[in-house]
Design a protein around this ligand. Structure first.
Ligand code: SF4
Length: 366
């Protein structure tokens, strides 16, 4: 298959759902790790096509949702400074910190701007040499190489008014934390294909072996997700715990060596907090070596903030851990909507709450 329409072919999707139904003899709980996969599942009602024995659990793979409140508060404090222009991707501007969000700071006069790429952020610094430009850089291994490139170019060009406030997180340590939790219900992972396009899946092989859990690297279209679910069910039913690659049109076992080398030359692995989940060992990236001078937390002497979540009905932490569904939240669709968000999973275009709001409610209306 070559074209996206083929990966959305309803007839083929129905055939795959039937094959899954015939292959399933027992209940299985499967986590789709990435928020993009959650959106496809809810948008195309794939969960409703699967047999009742299969439970899909939505994973923590939404980078905006897992950015810790302390780092958002640091961004807010920086944005309020008169000598700073703070730039970030659009979704981050609306995510609540402990008291307010970045758009509120902009409304109060702070210079907060949206960018579409890390090199746009760097251009802002070149265009405004009289200001300190802070790029609020977040994301998984997918965005880390491009953000690393901004630091490399800034170093090469000697751009000394460019800084990065980073919240980069890594997928394998999060899956390890989920698989090792005493409350874990997940029996198999649909791993994020775009992340593995960069990193490959060698780390996932160790995870599958150590935790006796099958993993299928998966794409983002309906046929991808159903085919990968079938591969996972076959492993579960036969007692195998391997890593299989459904997304072979994009992912190689070793990933993208150039992208990994760029990432490794700029960042070092550190313990990192995940909003709603807590600190996961060796799950984050921090600027290192010659690039540490671009680290906004060092350049601005930002305190390691002790911010806490505001008192709220929001159950985002439980949603991100797959323990509860968005519709279990008492605020879903009433006090919390995309226009008035109480939590990050409703703000982000990859958030599970936004997926349920945009697609599941429409389906219910139909
Ligand atoms: S619906 Fe809103 S308040 Fe409820 S968990 Fe999702 S983001 Fe939080």
């Amino acid at each position: 298959m070559k074209f996206v329409d083929e990966y959305r072919d309803a007839q083929r999707a129905r055939q795959l759902a039937e094959v899954i139904r015939r292959s399933t003899t027992r209940p299985w709980s499967i986590m789709e790790v990435c928020g993009g996969q959650t959106h496809a599942i809810v948008r195309f009602a794939l969960d409703e096509m699967l047999p009742a024995e299969i439970t899909l659990i939505h994973g923590p793979g939404c980078p905006v949702c897992v950015t810790p409140v302390e780092i958002i508060d640091q961004a807010i404090a920086l944005a309020a400074r008169p000598d700073v222009i703070l730039v970030s991707y659009g979704d981050m501007l609306r995510v609540p910190g402990s008291v307010k969000d970045l758009l509120s700071v902009k409304a109060e006069g702070g210079d907060v701007r949206m960018v579409y790429s890390s090199l746009d952020a760097l251009k802002t610094a070149r265009d405004h040499p009289d200001k300190k430009v802070v790029f609020f850089a977040i994301g998984f291994e997918t965005t880390a190489p491009a953000n690393a490139m901004a630091a490399i170019v800034a170093e090469r060009e000697g751009v000394d008014n460019f800084f990065m406030l980073t919240s980069h997180v890594l997928v394998p340590p999060a899956l390890e934390a989920i698989a090792s939790s005493p409350d874990n219900r997940v029996q198999g992972f649909l791993a994020p294909g775009h992340v593995c396009t960069v990193t490959g899946y060698v780390d996932y092989e160790r995870l599958a072996q150590e935790h006796h859990i099958p993993i299928v690297v998966t794409g983002f279209e309906p046929v991808d997700l159903l085919q990968a679910t079938h591969m996972l069910v076959q492993q579960l039913e036969s007692g195998r715990c391997e890593v299989e690659n459904q997304y072979s049109r994009s992912v190689k076992r070793e990933g993208n060596p150039q992208a990994r080398a760029i990432m490794d030359s700029v960042f070092e692995v550190v313990d990192h907090g995940w909003r709603g989940i807590g600190v996961i060992p060796k799950s984050g990236l921090r600027l290192k070596g010659a690039y540490a001078r671009f680290d906004a937390t060092r350049a601005f002497s930002i305190e390691p903030a002790g911010a806490s979540e505001a008192e709220s009905v929001c159950i985002a932490g439980l949603v991100l851990q797959g323990v509860r569904k968005p519709v279990d939240c008492p605020a879903f669709g009433s006090d919390c909507t995309p226009e008035h968000c109480l939590g990050a999973p409703m703000v982000s275009s990859e958030g599970a709450c936004a997926a349920y709001y945009h697609y599941a409610r429409r389906a219910a209306a139909r």
